[in-house]
Design a protein around this ligand. Structure first.
Ligand SMILES: *[C@@H]1O[C@H](CO)[C@@H](O)[C@H](O)[C@H]1NC(C)=O
Ligand SMILES: *[C@@H]1O[C@H](CO)[C@@H](O)[C@H](O)[C@H]1NC(C)=O
Ligand SMILES: *[C@@H]1O[C@H](CO)[C@@H](O)[C@H](O)[C@H]1NC(C)=O
Ligand SMILES: *[C@@H]1O[C@H](CO)[C@@H](O)[C@H](O)[C@H]1NC(C)=O
Ligand SMILES: *[C@@H]1O[C@H](CO)[C@@H](O)[C@H](O)[C@H]1NC(C)=O
Length: 894
């Protein structure tokens, strides 16, 4: 076969054009066939701006003619074989010079080339050779050299040429795979080719003049393509190590892959996979190589690995394909398809009583699943027999065994045998099996140990009435030896008995009352009192128990009412009332409802009315003055147990339920108080002046002899550096209080002390103190004075009493004593001043007045001596007015 080379032509054209008033226009390049037949219209020209009447179109080339309409046609057949043809066409009219343009004819076969700028370049090229690639099949068996092709240059026609071959596979390594006949251009292959080595050879043929050795033709590059032969078998790629869970059907195990060196675009590299073994368990996709399981009978515990032979064949597995085999390892992964099993069908263990946290049994288990995985690690559960939590079971992390411990002390005497059931399971749930968790019976025998005595019951309750007489036997609390069930030789001791209320007999356990049992005591909670007891046997083992006394109530408490109450004055001037709430520490029926009764002599002033079971309303029957009132009430519980109690009711103006007295006292201020005291001071001054006038010799009063001995001294009201006061000075007062009983002080007793002193000046002192100490007590006194008998004195009292604060004191006696004492000190002071006479105190010393003797119409001025008897009351005050008068008379006379 010879490649015949053809010529091609390309005309390169230069162009010019002129534009005149009457011009001609046309496309300057016209494609024409290689041979233009006669009458062929080449193109059509148009005249522009010409007078159509006088227009003349002319062609310079005699082979062509132009019609009046501008059609340019060939007159004769024209060959374009020798290149382009250029001629000019002109247009001429009568008006001007006319126009001309050149037309270039270009052969149609001419290739148009574009330059980089996209302009169409028409360029003449040299002749070229253009052979198609030559295909040679690899592995050709020859004989060699084998003719392939003849390569001839056109130049050989007119010249004597020789051919040379160059390139890899000819002049370059691998050398001379191809050879070329120098003279006739015959190409031959010298040996069998291998596509997998070199698949394409690119060679170059040159034609040179035999004489001049000049190139007679452009060298020709051509390719030799080696065609594929199925000469390579497929091979498996990658590690063939796969895994899948046991007992799964249809699970993907993995994918195998293969490669073939043959041409990938042919069936030489198209595979089919096939399993050559284990086809009962696995399946392989012939095209993709994906392996799946087809049975759930794969058991890791039987065989944990399968070596599977796989074949791969090219040509899509058809006859004649090349194949290869490999072995894939398929490992089976564990699932928990085996429960732990016990090695024995039953276990026994023994445990001494009273022991705890002790290992008593090791229970081995077997598990076929993969060790040290959750499918294998055991977990034990005590299913039965451990309702009290006496046992616990753990796992030995090393051996996977179960370890049974006794958690709490067991008692042989109570139960000699415990039957347990222990279940063994894994951390993971069972999977892929119908088996269940297994359990095993464990028989635990409790063995006896000699124990200390035990109280029965551990906490004994004994009912006992409160105030049960000393020495009463209330019960016996005994302990027993758990082994013998006897209490021989056991000694008893109290561990605690907070009130020491009970005696415990050391030998018999007998309990006797040792002290007053009081249900209302702080040691008792909810009527219960604990005594803990220890029993010790001959071998010094001991046991502890508790006796709880359940104390029954006895009516040993009467209802109690508060000692002080405040009754707020009603602003609307109605009669006020106050609620009296009583309390009884006993329980029902020794407690409420209470009865409240008023002593008959108080019924004029008060009335009492039940409010509820524990309270009564105390009401004014008539308007009572402000201040403190004592109201005796008889309050009794349901059993009629109760006695007279006195409540002090302070009547006052209130703000928010509290007496306002304090506030008004403050409002009065020190100047106000001074103003109130002023008349008194003046009165005192008057006495002093009178005493001076009288100038009588003072009588000494032996205060020291009084033999008194109580009271509290206060530094106030002492005028000079403190002087020691004989405590005997105050006894009279205290005695008065004692006689008055529960802080109820009558005017008579209250004034007894100063009446005994037989001194006018004492009266002044007394007055001062009465008003200075506005205690509840003095208020009472003042009120009594004010009830009419003691006019002047009472007025002062009331005046002050209203202005000053009322206080409720818990210790009225103390206050009373205090002001009494201070008063006596003042008296003593005055007397001592009197005895010192003229030198020191000059004129302002108080002097006792003289005894006037009987017969005076005014009686004796020494009122105090006359009325000094203890049985006398304040009656002397009735005649105080005239006495002052007579005193004044005496003084003015002298
Ligand atoms: C060979 O020469 C002849 C005569 O000169 C000529 O006609 C012909 O075209 C030439 N052939 C080639 C391929 O050059
Ligand atoms: C059982 O095992 C298979 C495979 O490991 C797993 O996919 C499945 O969830 C398991 N089933 C249970 C109930 O654990
Ligand atoms: C019992 O004895 C104690 C002290 O020994 C004594 O204080 C108490 O009053 C007595 N009680 C009775 C009810 O006799
Ligand atoms: C007595 O003992 C019981 C039980 O220990 C306890 O709950 C109770 O508070 C105790 N009572 C007293 C008064 O201590
Ligand atoms: C009676 O009334 C007083 C005052 O309101 C109250 O404290 C007390 O609890 C009452 N008693 C009863 C039994 O309701």
């Amino acid at each position: 076969m010879a490649n015949v080379l053809t010529f091609t032509f390309l005309f390169a054209v230069s162009l010019t054009s002129r534009v005149e008033s009457c011009s001609i226009s046309s496309s300057p390049y016209v494609l024409v066939p290689q041979t233009i037949p006669a009458g062929y219209q080449v193109t059509k020209v148009t005249a522009v701006g010409c007078d159509p009447n006088s227009l003349r179109l002319t062609v310079k080339d005699p082979s062509f003619a132009v019609q009046g309409d501008g059609a340019l046609t060939a007159l004769t057949p024209v060959s374009m074989a020798f290149g382009e043809r250029t001629f000019s066409v002109s247009a001429q009219d009568d008006n001007g010079p006319g126009g001309e343009m050149e037309v270039h004819l270009v052969c149609q076969e001419t290739q148009k080339k574009t330059n980089q700028n996209g302009e169409v370049l028409l360029k003449r090229t040299k002749r070229r050779w253009g052979p198609a690639p030559i295909n040679i099949r690899e592995n050709d068996q020859g004989p060699f050299p084998k003719f392939v092709e003849t390569l001839v240059s056109d130049s050989a026609v007119n010249h004597s040429v020789f051919y040379t071959l160059s390139g890899y596979g000819a002049a370059d390594s691998p050398f001379e795979v191809f050879i070329l006949d120098e003279d006739n251009g015959d190409l031959s292959v010298t040996r069998a080719l291998d596509r997998e080595e070199i698949s394409i050879y690119t060679l170059k043929v040159s034609a040179k003049d035999k004489t001049t050795h000049q190139e007679r033709d452009e060298p020709l590059n051509f390719q030799i393509v080696v065609d594929d032969d199925n000469d390579n078998a497929p091979e498996f790629k990658g590690l063939l190590q796969l895994s899948v869970s046991e007992q799964t059907k249809g699970a993907v195990v993995g994918m195998v892959q293969a490669a073939d060196r043959d041409d990938q675009n042919t069936d030489h590299a198209k595979f089919q996979f096939r399993l050559l073994s284990h086809t009962a368990y696995f399946n392989i996709n012939p095209e993709t190589g994906v392996i799946t399981t087809i049975a759930n009978t794969l058991d890791r515990e039987t065989e944990d690995k399968h070596m599977v032979t796989i074949e791969v064949k090219d040509l899509k597995g058809t006859e004649g394909g090349l194949s290869n085999t490999a072995t894939a390892t398929i490992a089976l992964l564990d699932i928990n398809d085996n429960p732990p099993t016990f090695t024995k069908t039953a276990y026994t263990a023994t445990v001494p009583e009273n022991e705890k946290d002790k290992l008593i049994l090791r229970i081995p288990v077997e598990d076929k699943d993969l060790p040290d995985t959750p499918n294998w690690i055991s977990k034990f559960v005590i299913r039965k027999g451990n309702e009290n939590g006496d046992f616990r079971i753990e796992r030995d992390p090393k051996t996977n065994d179960g370890l049974l411990y006794v958690a709490k002390p067991l008692n042989y005497e109570k139960s000699k045998n415990v039957k347990l059931e222990i279940l063994a399971r894994n951390q993971a749930e069972l999977n892929g099996t119908t088996a269940q968790w297994l359990s095993v019976p464990v028989d635990v025998a409790v063995t006896d140990v000699d124990e200390g005595p035990e109280f029965s019951p551990l906490n004994m309750r004994i009912k006992v009435k409160e105030n049960t007489p000393n020495g009463t036997v209330i019960g016996t609390y005994k302990a027993l030896d758990p082994e013998t069930q006897k209490s021989d030789g056991i000694m008893y001791y109290k561990i605690s008995d907070p009130g020491m209320w009970v005696n415990l007999d050391k030998n018999t356990g007998e309990l006797k009352v040792a002290n007053t049992i009081d249900r209302e005591s702080d040691l008792v909670q909810d009527g219960l009192y604990n005594i803990s007891v220890r029993a010790v046997d001959s071998s010094t083992k001991s046991g502890v128990g508790m006796v709880t006394l359940v104390i029954e109530d006895v009516n040993d408490n009467q209802p109690v009412i508060p000692s002080h109450l405040v009754l707020c004055e009603d602003k609307t001037d109605q009669l006020g009332s106050v609620l009296v709430v009583a309390e009884d520490r006993d329980l029902s029926p020794f407690s409420s409802p209470f009865s409240f009764n008023l002593l008959p002599e108080y019924k004029d002033a008060w009335s009492v009315e039940l409010f509820n079971a524990t309270a009564a309303t105390l009401k004014q029957v008539q308007k009572l003055p402000r201040g403190m009132h004592e109201v005796p009430l008889i309050v009794k519980d349901l059993q009629g147990f109760g006695e007279k109690q006195t409540v002090k009711v302070t009547i006052c103006q209130c703000q928010n339920g509290v007496c306002m007295a304090k506030k008004s006292g403050v409002a009065l201020g020190p100047m106000g108080a001074l103003a109130l005291f002023l008349p008194l001071l003046l009165l005192l001054l008057l006495f002093l002046v009178l005493a001076l006038f009288c100038l009588t010799k003072p009588d000494k009063i032996e205060l020291e002899d009084a033999g008194y001995g109580a009271g509290i001294l206060l530094p106030s009201n002492t005028e000079a550096p403190g002087e020691e006061v004989d405590s005997s000075l105050i006894i009279g007062t205290s005695m008065g209080i004692d006689q008055a009983g529960k802080s109820s002080i009558k005017g008579s007793t209250a004034n007894m002390g100063w009446l005994q002193n037989k001194s006018m000046s004492t009266m002044g002192g007394q007055s001062m103190h009465d008003f200075g100490y506005q205690t509840g007590m003095t208020t009472t006194n003042v009120e009594e004075f004010s009830s009419g008998q003691y006019g002047q004195y009472g007025q002062y009292g009331q005046l002050l009493g209203n202005g000053m604060e009322y206080r409720e004191h818990g210790q009225d006696n103390t206050f009373y004593e205090t002001y009494r004492t201070n008063e006596l000190i003042l008296q003593q002071k005055i007397f001592s001043m009197g005895t010192e006479g003229e030198e020191r105190f000059a004129e302002d010393v108080i002097h006792s007045y003289k005894f006037e003797g009987a017969g005076s119409d005014a009686g004796s001025v020494g009122c105090c001596s006359d009325y000094g008897g203890e049985k006398e009351s304040f009656a002397f005050l009735d005649s105080l007015g005239p006495k002052f008068k007579s005193l004044a008379d005496v003084c003015t006379k002298s």
